[in-house]
Write a protein that binds this ligand. Structure first.
Ligand code: ATP
Ligand code: MG
Length: 593
């Protein structure tokens, strides 16, 4: 057996890591064999010793785009498999006969790859479809019938509901519960052979109608539904219920640790009941998989219901699934999030057994920590006002432009330098000038000296306003011999340093400034319609002036615009000569402020 990779000891522990480490220590699964593909007990018995130390799985329904909550589950399942010498299976949970959309399938596979994970291991692809197991699921159901562990119930839906009882009241046995095995088998086959109408009967596990856990009061395991399935076509008119199908999928795939969200906790006893019975019957491999539950991700200012995200797209509230305000993986990616930052986020939040809300700033913090050491720096003026150096022409030939340079990254000298010009006319931020400075204001106001970063020290002389009172131009004089990086440049001390670009070489760029998509920290948790909680000002599109080097940016290139935050060249709409940047996040946490 391979020594566990070093990562194992570096990550903070959590209850799942403890379970896995205990299982590895005790050799819980070491005797198991693996057929090289999903198989029943007999199939696996003919295989080799399982080369995977553990097996986990990520089982989305292919009915939508993945979101940040799924990202947590992906990082968890694929991450645990990676850290413990295991394999994580990519499984499409397509037991519902809904139309499978190729768009969703492709986007899911793409999202998992982009996040940095894959399902190739030991020379095979571990990409599976739950619907490939329909034959086995049917065989297992007949086995349960034959073992007296399942029966066909033909009560009306309403009677079935009433007879189930509730928390305070035990259930009542169905009149069909005492049918003979032969009759049950016949009726189950009638269900399969389309002799009964949709909804006329269900196959139920025979457990205990008085069980304190309602999920064990003879749960339905097969229903009749005449529907075409994308994989099996019209072969079946009965389909397994999720609670029956899922444990079987896990067992056939030799999953060791089946990790799901807390709402399935009450289903665990049935998960074990079913696999124990099927293992006794020699149908599935032993020891069978175990289910473990963790708290789903709730992120402030974010909704993660697929249905509601779809509504935002369908109603045109956002530009699409990949709108940079969407919490989908394609949205986060387009916004400028890196796969590493999402992995870092998942590691930091860890896994717990109780539901809570994670502050959005945790996600942004992970992004900043990932980008700060590597993102190229650049100057950009987002709300430009003209600055004229009134003594420029007296100091230089008319039209002279002074070459300036700055490090691409302050701590990465090997990243080189960026070049830009300084001239008579510059662009500065409107907020960097005040006629009368508020207390503590160190930037431009008449009589004050500031440094133009990587350029010269200037002294502000005043500003011109239009009839409406808006500043149209700020004037200043350059103090000679103060250029950054030249001898004596620091002889004049200034308190303020501002960013700028030169009118001569700056490039106009479309910049999209994003804010929270919802105005409340816990959207969709009150009686209010979640649409009323949408932030009407979540997107502001502006034209900014950016440093000339940014005209060469490629889509997905990320930058720190000095003083402003992190920005990415939009992966769809940015093109050289027509720059488009998305604001990823500011320099500091602004959430909750
Ligand atoms: P929906 O919220 O639309 O119902 P879902 O949970 O049904 O989504 P699936 O495609 O079934 O979506 O999810 C695949 C996996 O992702 C499941 O194992 C599920 O536990 C996990 N998952 C989904 N949402 C979250 C979340 N918010 N946090 C953590 N894991 C999640
Ligand atoms: Mg689901």
């Amino acid at each position: 057996m391979n020594a566990p990779p070093e990562k194992e000891t570096l990550k903070p522990s959590n209850f799942l890591r403890q379970v896995i480490e205990r299982d590895l220590e005790q050799g819980t699964y070491t005797q198991r064999k693996w057929a090289g593909q999903p198989a029943d007990a007999a199939g696996h018995a003919q295989g080799q010793a399982d080369p995977a130390r553990i097996r986990t799985r990520f089982p989305p329904e292919p009915n939508g785009y993945l979101h940040v909550g799924h990202a947590k589950s992906i990082c968890l399942n694929f991450g645990l498999a990676r850290d413990y010498g295991g394999v994580c299976h990519m499984r499409f949970d397509d037991t519902n006969p809904e139309k499978e959309d190729k768009e969703f399938v492709d986007s899911i596979l793409d999202a998992v790859h982009w996040l940095g994970f894959g399902w190739e291991a030991h020379g095979t692809s571990h990409l599976y479809h739950a619907s490939d197991y329909f034959d086995f699921m049917y065989r297992a159901a007949e086995y349960l019938v034959e073992a007296g562990l399942a029966y066909v119930d033909e009560q009306s839906a309403q009677d079935m509901r009433i007879n189930r009882g509730d928390f305070n009241r035990p259930g009542t046995d169905s009149p069909y519960r005492s049918r003979s095995i032969d009759e049950n088998l016949q009726r189950f086959r009638d269900m399969r052979d389309a002799k009964l109408a949709d909804g006329a009967a269900v196959l139920r596990a025979k457990i205990d109608m008085a069980h304190p856990n309602i999920n064990l009061r003879d749960p339905a395991i097969y229903r009749i539904r005449r529907a075409n399935h994308h994989n099996t076509g019209d072969k079946w008119c009965i389909y397994p219920m999720y609670t029956y199908a899922h444990p079987i999928e896990d067992a056939l795939e030799n999953i060791t640790h089946s990790i799901c969200t807390l709402e399935f906790e009450d289903q665990r006893p049935f998960y074990d009941w079913l696999l124990d019975r099927l293992a006794e019957g020699g149908l599935v491999n032993q020891p069978h998989p175990r289910q473990y539950e963790f708290a789903r991700l709730n992120l402030t200012y974010v909704i993660t219901s697929k249905r509601k995200l779809k509504q935002l797209v369908d109603e045109g509230r956002v530009s699409g699934w990949d709108d940079p305000r969407m919490p989908t993986i394609v949205g986060l990616r387009r916004r400028g999030y890196t796969a590493q930052s999402i992995q870092l986020f998942a590691d930091r939040i860890g896994v717990t057994k109780s539901d809570s809300w994670i502050d959005y700033s945790t996600l942004e913090g992970a992004l900043r920590d990932d980008l700060d050491p590597k993102a190229a720096r650049a100057m950009a003026v987002l709300d430009p006002v003209q600055l004229v150096i009134s003594n420029w022409d007296a100091l230089h030939d008319v039209g002279f432009l002074d070459a300036c340079s700055a490090p691409v990254h302050p701590h990465l000298p090997e990243a080189g330098t960026r070049e830009f010009k300084f001239g008579r006319e510059l662009w500065i931020e409107r907020s960097d000038y005040e006629d009368v400075p508020p207390k503590g204001y160190n930037r431009l106001f008449p009589g004050n000296k500031v440094r133009l970063k990587y350029g010269h020290v200037i002294e502000c002389k005043g500003a011109t306003r239009d009839a409406a009172g808006h500043i149209t131009q700020v004037q200043a004089e350059l103090i000679p011999d103060t250029k950054s990086g030249t001898p004596g440049a620091s002889a004049i001390k200034v308190k303020g340093v501002i960013t700028w670009v030169a009118a001569a070489d700056a490039v106009p760029a479309q910049v999209r400034l994003y804010d929270k998509l919802f105005t409340v920290p816990q959207p969709d948790t009150s009686d209010k319609d979640f649409l009323e909680e949408l932030n009407p000002d979540s997107l502001k599109v502006i034209t900014a002036y950016v440093e000339p080097a940014l005209a060469q940016a490629r889509p997905d290139d990320r930058f720190q615009f000095e003083r402003h935050g992190y920005f990415v060249a939009d992966r769809i709409e940015h093109a050289p000569g027509r720059p488009v940047f998305n604001k990823i996040t500011g320099m500091k946490d602004s959430f909750g402020k």
